[in-house]
Design a protein around this ligand. Structure first.
Ligand SMILES: *[C@@H]1O[C@H](CO)[C@@H](O)[C@H](O)[C@H]1NC(C)=O
Ligand SMILES: *[C@@H]1O[C@H](CO)[C@@H](O)[C@H](O)[C@H]1NC(C)=O
Ligand SMILES: *[C@@H]1O[C@H](CO)[C@@H](O)[C@H](O)[C@H]1NC(C)=O
Length: 383
């Protein structure tokens, strides 16, 4: 005969009530539980958070020395091309993920995603060849991460993690600047239209490769008006009184953005469950460059850090003598080619849940299920 063990039952019940009681005392979570999605990042210096610290490259493709990182958010320079955080740091924060680690850093955790971006990188392997991790190599690194995840979690869970992840791209500027305008060989071989088509062709292949690996959610940072960077204004300062924007650089960026937007629309028709967030960064930034004071900035032409006209010579941190502004929050540009944390945060918010992101916002990519059951471990809000 089975005698119920009442004391054990009571002990279990007591434990149960105690834990429920303890949970009731905790403040309820702000949002209903949602699956935790990993974030994988592909790109150039706009989103490199330290991969180039580990590669052989030119000093201009590194940012692991002062005054980079000087706003104190991180403990010294990290390799971010900024006074502080860059756009993907904000996405990780809003998505309630820890900082996404750079692929090249030894012994990283893979579950929350990996950052493959590399300063100087282009979509095309010819761009800054040998001085950065180009997009093809970044994809190979992503495949290595997929294999490592399969080993660690098993094939099914690794597949699930990648299927539910968000992949973010910020790349292309280097192809048009150094890769095309700075390369007589490429300019002789290709018309601007042909070159844009080639960059887009390779970018589309990268998106398709990730889709075939299981990725379905993609975010994009379109290109800024490339002719209006302090570095390109400087290059143009002999031609234009007052250093206007270098129109041919801006035109390439605009052509790229239009082509990207068309490509994404058709991919969404062709690939089932393909979801993306895109936004017109070009116009958004142009407004701030034209009327900085309307958006709370004092300076939108010159960089905070650098030398020469517009502080457009890329000398921040490398030369012994560079000028450095007092308050980088008042500036759009941190150095001759890169943004301040302040403007990156504003654009991160715009892409996350602003009014001009579409067809999905980054927030929707992270926090909507699309009606599907999420089977991944690591549910936020699960005690
Ligand atoms: C947008 O997202 C940010 C970051 O999570 C949040 O603080 C803000 O309240 C959100 N705004 C809207 C309108 O949902
Ligand atoms: C990708 O770029 C290479 C040059 O690196 C070019 O030869 C090739 O045609 C491009 N692919 C597509 C699909 O455009
Ligand atoms: C502008 O012209 C001056 C004088 O010809 C020359 O020394 C300088 O290097 C030029 N600057 C640029 C950025 O081309």
């Amino acid at each position: 005969m089975l005698i119920p063990n009442y004391s054990l039952l009571i002990a279990i019940q007591t434990l149960f009530f105690l834990s429920v009681g303890a949970r009731l005392l905790e403040s309820p979570p702000e949002k209903p539980p949602v699956a935790r999605r990993a974030l994988f990042i592909f790109g150039d210096s706009t989103v490199d958070i330290g991969n180039n610290n580990y590669i052989e490259t030119v000093p201009g493709n590194r940012a692991d020395y002062p005054p980079y990182g000087r706003n104190g958010f991180f403990d010294g320079p990290t390799g971010r091309f900024s006074d502080g955080r860059v756009i993907v740091d904000f996405f990780a924060e809003y998505a309630r993920l820890p900082t996404i680690p750079p692929f090249m850093q030894p012994c990283i955790q893979l579950h929350d995603g990996v950052n493959f971006a590399s300063g100087g990188a282009g979509v095309l392997p010819e761009t800054n060849e040998g001085k950065a991790i180009d997009l093809h190599k970044q994809l190979n690194n992503f495949k290595a991460v997929q294999r490592a995840l399969s080993k660690e979690l098993g094939n099914a869970k690794a597949k699930d993690l990648i299927q539910n992840s968000v992949c973010f791209f910020s790349i292309g500027s280097n192809d048009y600047m150094g890769g095309y305008l700075g390369s007589p060989v490429m300019r002789n071989a290709f018309s601007p239209e042909e070159f844009v088509a080639m960059v887009l062709g390779n970018l589309t292949q990268a998106i398709q490769t990730i889709y075939e690996m299981g990725g379905k959610r993609f975010g994009f940072l379109s290109l800024p008006p490339l002719g209006c960077l302090p570095g390109t204004r400087l290059a143009n300062s002999n031609n234009t009184v007052g250093g206007g924007c270098l129109e041919k650089a801006s035109m390439l960026a605009m052509a790229h953005n239009n082509a990207l937007s068309t490509t994404l629309t058709s991919l969404a028709h062709i690939l089932s469950d393909f979801k993306y967030a895109n936004s017109n960064f070009y116009e958004w930034l142009q407004d701030r460059i034209r009327s900085p004071s309307e958006y709370g900035f004092d300076e939108s032409l010159s960089a905070c850090c650098g030398t020469g006209p517009y502080r457009g010579l890329f000398t921040c941190g490398k030369a012994k003598h560079y000028e450095l502004c007092e308050t980088s929050d008042a500036y759009v540009w941190w150095d001759s080619y890169h943004f301040t944390e302040r403007i990156d945060e504003q654009f991160a918010r715009e892409l996350w849940n602003g009014s001009s992101v579409g067809p999905f916002s980054m927030e929707e990519l992270f926090f909507s299920d699309g009606g599907k059951e999420i089977t991944m471990d690591g549910i936020i809000g699960d005690a």
